[in-house]
Design a protein around this ligand. Sequence first.
Ligand code: KE4
Length: 448
Amino acid sequence: MSETHPEANDGRAGARSRALFERAQRSIPGGVNSPVRAFSSVGGAPPFIRSAHGARLVTEDGATLIDYVGTWGPALLGHAHPEVVEAVCKAARDGLSFGACTAGEVEFAEQICALVPSLRGGMVRLVNSGTEATMSALRVARGYTGRARIIKVDGGYHGHADMLLVAAGSGAATLGIPGSAGVPAGAVQDTLLVPFNNLEAVAACFAEHPDGPEGIAAIIIEPVAGNMGCVPPQDGYLEGLRALCDAHGAVLIFDEVMTGFRVARGGAQERFGVTPDMTCLGKIVGGGMPVGAYGGKREIMSSVAPLGPVYQAGTLSGNPLAVAAGRKTLELITREDPYPALEQATTTLVRGLAERALRHGVALSSHQVGSMFTGFFRAEPVRDYADAKTCDLQAFARYHRAMLSAGVYLAPSQFEAAFVSIAHDPATIERTLDAADGAFAAVRHPAE
Ligand code: KE4
């Protein structure tokens, strides 16, 4: 086991993780602080993580795993990057939170606005999560336009605000129905659902709800879908949304919580050359600490209290530790430009996985944008959530278990993206591909 490349080994929950999971379920709902972590769709107890450095996790059972969850996206620079950790420790020694203005948050806001095209010349407000960012951005869009209706994509996830927890009805453009217990019908009565990559359905919404007080306030979209698995926008799709919003006076909101600083330094809006009116950020912007942000054109953000009538607040918003982590992270991605190498490493991995799946006769459709990717267990490409739902989820579960046994930690759901960090060096990618050889064999010939 070399210092830089500790041997990856069986990551399935051992005795200590299983005991901790048993205990956790007595005091935490489902034993987890976020549902996907429970491993429900792949089975078995989740391994409990003790530490994480670079591209690797160490479990409570002492296993070393190669990590492609990356704490769901933030770990672009690898876990526990020394300069980020030092920045947090330094800030902590001067106090954890003041609930007051700080120089750091001003510098951070200026950094964010300089990097994200839709924020240049505009304004940004810091919050503590992606959910807060999207919830707040939609409230601002509604306040700014005086309209109530919003459009979201079926299979798009923007956090757990009531108005966004909607299930699709039948038909192309459907009025949302509550997607969770506890969400009253009234909370989603103004939420319209459309399939991803379908401009006609969006146009139909605007036709059905003409501009004016009963019209559509905003479209919120993941410009690269990540929460149905990684699905890129088809050519012209984002441009079409931009044109429809311009034509109807609706606010175009890019939820770049996952894609921001991931698929390019300036996010998907920089990569695809389409500038929204507002952007929501999270994950990488906090470098692993709890930071969300929303922002956009000055005239829109001038609606936000105390400047304007749209209320939004937060005790820990802009707290010095999270700001320190975020500032150092953005400084590093600016100083070092990791994107070409990240893309190359991810392309090597995705191509290698596709070759091995083919060799083992496993139907796999791979999608990659920058350093995020998903292998869908079906033969045809995936364009939207309806396509994604036809994947062979049993095959995915067998693959996930086999990769975990071989020391590779993947998101426990077919409908998630995987992430490569700058710490995933060629030896790590090669070790992952070796594990995948066995995993695809296990998919094809499950142990009796
Ligand atoms: P948070 O509230 O979890 O910080 O962000 C919500 C959110 C908003 N927008 C997008 C595009 C997101 O991907 C997310 C959260 N992503 C999920 C993983 N797909 C977080 C993992 C979890 O829910 O535990």
